[in-house]
Design a protein around this ligand. Structure first.
Ligand code: NAP
Length: 540
């Protein structure tokens, strides 16, 4: 549906870019709570954001389904029934479509509409947004809800265009699916995505070659259908679960235990870790408070996982390659898996170490490393994303006095509280860089930001404030705070992580998410808001 009449700008109070978890709730909040005239612009043919695009085999959320939900509507919580411990991509997409229908959101969402540029004009205090479909929109408030992991990172490897087979990036997966039956498949990348996809692809392919640059830890997910008892428990305790998510470090429905790795004997530690390994999932990293704070503590936990890998993988050379992990556990986002390491015991699966034999080029018939040619019919790039800033910088965003976002962020994403950027008045970034976002279970992080932005806009309108903008000094101080929070942990020691932008050649190396914890972050935001939007300049 095209709502635009070509040439004439359409006028709104607020424009939201993106119709994923963030954009849907932001639309509902601004339209139904504040009564604003709002439009969502979405590049895809359907709603869902991340979950619209990431349809690769095995795509599933690592957050447990009862926590990977909106909590703003108790009715919605009670009426939606997740089926498995971790929700699979099609189920999440069904959920988001249900939300769109239930709250009558579709009439204000324009699909197939990719934003090309956004410009702020001080004289009118309006943003003008242009799309690739040649529509023009104007608004007072511009809200980017573009997701943190939405700009696919396809490595620039010579020869890709000459490849005679098919290749895919996991984040842009064809909707009709890919049939791997009888095919020789190569997977490049062993992050959360590759680790989810590899066992599923292996179950179909004739031959699977995994090209590993950095070995990775992974914890068994132990996915299973949810029992009726658990479903009843989650619904009956929704308020308690919400409280736990809002008051802890990672917005998951569990607390990090308040004990040190060194508070227990070796035997006890082994039992604790074994039990956590059997339970599976991201809670494994929450057994000790110092796992991500103290290198020696981390080493003991990491050693447990390495021993598990060696015990699972039968071929000792492959096991060693998989266990030779160069960074502390959880310093990169820790994947959870379903039979990832076990997959390497299958006779048709091989692992190639592209640290010692780097990929030289892609040939018409496969991948050529410095040592060997690997003949392939299909290449799957599970190579991640230009995270957190990629999707924002792809749009040509120009703030006050012609300041481009790409210039403002030349040295990294300078921002205040992950919510606003100096020089970009009335623009808000849902789960932007500088917020805990990707270090969290995303829905609570999103709900927090959307509620804050909604309350903020309500405040501006009630008090006749024309524009709000992050102050320069506040942004500089916040960037220091984000760096300090990361430096207090082992996170920066994974020097090749996407948290640092290190996976994209040429991207500034800046630790992007706020690592001081979700509860702490909420407290900071609340205190500054209560203190009269401290760090923001409000102009009438
Ligand atoms: P990722 O964590 O960035 O992993 C990308 C993988 O590709 C890494 O192994 C990386 O190696 C490799 N790689 C990148 N460029 C390469 C190149 N030029 N040549 C060879 N190898 C290359 O990406 P991801 O696995 O898509 O995950 C991204 C994030 O998405 C996750 O951390 C998580 O937050 C989210 N995610 C969540 C779920 C879930 O909840 N279920 C699932 C998937 C993803 P290096 O490590 O050496 O760079």
């Amino acid at each position: 549906m095209t709502l635009g009449t070509s040439g004439a700008a359409q006028e709104f109070d607020a424009l939201i870019i993106g119709a994923g978890f963030s954009g849907l709730y932001q639309l509902l909040s601004l339209r139904d709570k504040l009564g604003l005239k709002v439009r969502v612009l979405e590049a895809a043919e359907g709603i869902g954001g991340t979950w619209y695009w990431n349809r690769y085999p095995g795509a599933r959320c690592d957050s447990e389904s009862h926590s990977y939900s909106y909590y703003f509507s108790k009715e919605l919580l009670q009426e939606w029934h997740w089926t498995e411990r971790y929700p699979e991509q099609p189920e999440i997409l069904r959920y988001l479509n249900h939300v769109a229908d239930r709250f009558d959101l579709r009439r204000d969402i324009e699909l197939n509409t990719r934003v090309r540029s956004a410009r702020y004009d001080d004289a009118t205090n309006r943003w003008t947004v242009s799309t690739e479909t040649h529509d023009t929109f104007r608004c007072t408030y511009l809200i980017t809800a573009v997701g943190c992991l939405s700009s696919a990172n396809v490595p620039k490897i010579d020869g890709l265009n000459d490849f005679e087979g098919d290749w895919y990036h996991t984040g842009q997966w064809p909707h009709q699916g890919v049939d791997f039956t009888g095919k020789r498949v190569g997977v490049v990348g062993t992050g959360s995505t590759g680790i989810q996809a590899i066992p599923v692809i292996a179950a179909q392919a004739k031959q699977l070659t995994v090209f590993q640059r950095t070995a990775n830890y992974s914890i068994p997910a132990r996915n299973a259908p949810l029992t009726d008892e658990f479903k009843r428990y989650a619904k009956a305790h929704a308020n308690d679960i919400e409280l736990i998510m809002k008051s802890n470090t990672n917005a998951h429905p569990f607390y990090i235990k308040d004990r040190s790795v060194f508070d227990v004997t070796d035997h006890e530690r082994e039992q604790i870790l074994e039990s956590a390994w059997q339970k599976g999932g991201l809670a494994f990293r929450a057994e000790f408070r110092d796992t991500l704070l103290d290198a020696k503590a981390n080493h003991l936990v990491a050693d447990f996982i390495r021993r598990k890998i060696r015990a699972i993988v039968k071929d000792p050379v492959t096991a060693e390659l998989l266990a030779d992990i160069d960074h502390p556990f959880a310093a990169k986002r820790p994947p959870v898996d379903s039979h990832y390491f076990e997959t390497y015991n299958l006779p048709h699966v091989q692992l190639v170490n592209i640290r010692t034999q780097p990929i030289e080029r892609i040939t018409p018939s496969g991948i050529k490393t410095t040592e060997k040619d690997y003949a392939l019919d299909i290449i799957v790039f599970a190579t991640g994303f230009d995270a957190m800033t990629g999707s924002l910088l792809k749009m040509d965003i120009e703030g006050d006095r012609g300041l481009k976002l790409s210039e403002a962020w030349q040295a990294g994403p300078r921002n205040y509280l992950g919510l606003q950027v100096p020089g970009f008045p009335n623009m808000f970034t849902v789960t932007g860089p500088g917020s805990p976002s990707v270090l969290c279970n995303m829905p609570p992080a999103i709900e927090h930001h959307v509620d804050w932005i909604t309350d903020c806009i309500a405040h501006l309108r009630q008090h006749g404030v024309r524009r709000i903008e992050a102050e320069e000094q506040a942004a500089d101080d916040w960037v220091l705070a984000v760096n300090a929070a990361a430096s207090a942990t082992l996170l920066p020691s994974a020097t090749h992580s996407w948290y640092l932008g290190a996976n994209v050649p040429g991207k500034p190396r800046v630790f992007m998410p706020y690592a001081g914890g979700f509860a702490n972050y909420r407290k900071i935001v609340e205190e500054r808001t209560r203190a009269g939007y401290q760090g923001f300049s409000l102009r009438r």
